[in-house]
Structure formats: structure tokens, C-alpha cells
Design a protein around this ligand. Structure first.
Ligand code: GRF
Length: 212
């Protein structure tokens, strides 16, 4: 593992927070060379907030409905993230589309997990779309966030075989359980060890530096 100072991680959520929990656990057992310094939710009832509080992580609720437009909502989130002096912003089921200005501000230091084998199925309902297409495989992708939705360069991707009796629900659970909960902490760890970075200029691509 590359030896560096522990990174300051801020996680943005909207819901259950199973990915958040996996990252909390990985920080706690030092699989990640970093600490979650704050969890921000746009939903007051997100269960992920309870997970954060149980781990003594500061939380902040910024309800999007209280803002006149996307720009002012994103500006409020940005203020909070920057107050926390984040090295890495982790989107973990954060169900808001972000403005280009916000994305550019965190370019190269913001990642997302998407439940499909990107570039297949950006957007919603990925599991049903994979079934409808008759795909043999499905999976999840961790990628750097760039202005185009779900289109940033891949950090890590993993696939599974779709079973003949899979439904959208069973597939969602299998992708979460068999892939996401391991893939996201692993990707965060690579970032925190400076093993993956984003190129400085467009067309953006993921750069892998050899582990030392
Ligand atoms: C995950 O399936 C993730 O891939 C997607 O949103 C879901 C979040 O689930 N972006 P959780 O809040 O981590 O449980």
C-alpha cells in the first residue's frame, strides 16, 4: 500500500446507505486509508443518517425542496463539503442530478457507484433494463463523476451472471450483495492510496499508478 496521509471523505446519500455502511466498516478496519468526516443527505428520513450517527460521524441534512433551483441547492452542498475540507466526495445513492459547476469543482475527487455495466444503462431502472434486453451478465461500476450523467471514466467494474429466474428485485439485491458492497470500498481505497487518479484534461480518463 502506498503510504499517504489519511484522506478526508464526505459521503452524499439519499436513502438506505448500505454502500455508506460498507465504506464506514472499511474505514474502521483500515482497509481504507481515510475517514468519513461527514455524511450529507437531501432527505431527512434517509436511513443512512442513522448508520452515520451510530458510527459517530457528523451528519447534515440539506433538503433540496427548500431551494429555488439546482444551482442554489448545489451551492449549499458545496459550502458544506468544503467546510469539511474533503479530499474525496463519494456519491452513495445520492438521487439528485448535479450541476456542471458543482461537478467541475470536484472533478477528479468525486466518485459514484452505478448499478450497471456502464456504458450500458445510465440512469434509472438498470436491473429491469438488463433483463428486458436479455443480457447474460449485469453488474456495477464505480466511476469518476464528470458532467455527463453516469459517463465518467471507470475506477472499477465487476459483473455477475444473470440467472434465468432473476427478477428486477432479485437482481438488484444480488448486484448490491455480491458486488457493490465490496466494489465501492475497494474503489475508495484505491483513490485514498493515490493508486487511481483522473487525468487533468479532457478527454478524461482514469490513470492507474503502480502500487509501491
Ligand atoms: C445502489 O444500488 C447504488 O448503486 C445506486 O443507488 C443504490 C444506493 O443504495 N447508485 P444504498 O443507499 O447504498 O443502500
Amino acid at each position: 500500500m502506498t503510504s499517504t496521509a489519511r484522506k478526508r471523505i464526505v459521503v452524499l446519500i439519499s436513502g438506505n446507505g448500505r454502500n455508506l455502511q460498507a465504506i464506514i466498516d472499511a474505514c474502521a478496519n483500515n482497509s481504507i486509508n481515510g475517514d468519513i468526516v461527514g455524511v450529507i443527505s437531501n432527505k431527512a428520513d434517509a436511513y443512512g443518517l442513522i448508520r452515520a450517527r451510530q458510527a459517530s460521524i457528523p451528519t447534515c441534512i440539506i433538503p433540496h425542496q427548500e431551494f429555488a433551483d439546482r444551482e442554489s441547492f448545489d451551492a449549499a452542498i458545496q459550502d458544506q463539503i468544503d467546510l469539511l475540507d474533503a479530499d474525496l466526495v463519494v456519491l452513495a445513492g445520492f438521487m439528485r442530478i448535479l450541476t456542471d459547476d458543482f461537478v467541475r469543482h470536484y472533478l477528479g475527487r468525486m466518485i459514484n457507484i452505478h448499478p450497471s455495466l456502464l456504458p450500458k444503462y445510465p440512469g434509472l431502472n438498470t436491473h429491469q433494463r438488463a433483463l428486458d434486453a436479455g443480457d447474460a451478465t449485469h453488474g456495477a461500476t464505480v466511476h469518476f463523476v464528470t458532467p455527463e450523467l453516469d459517463a465518467g471514466p471507470t475506477v472499477l467494474q465487476h459483473s455477475l451472471t444473470i440467472n434465468t429466474d432473476d427478477t428486477a428485485e432479485s437482481l438488484a439485491e444480488r448486484v448490491m450483495e455480491e458486488i457493490e458492497l465490496a466494489l465501492y470500498p475497494k474503489a475508495v481505497a484505491l483513490f485514498c492510496d493515490n493508486v487511481v487518479t483522473l487525468s487533468d484534461t479532457a478527454p478524461y480518463r482514469t490513470l492507474n499508478t503502480p502500487e509501491t
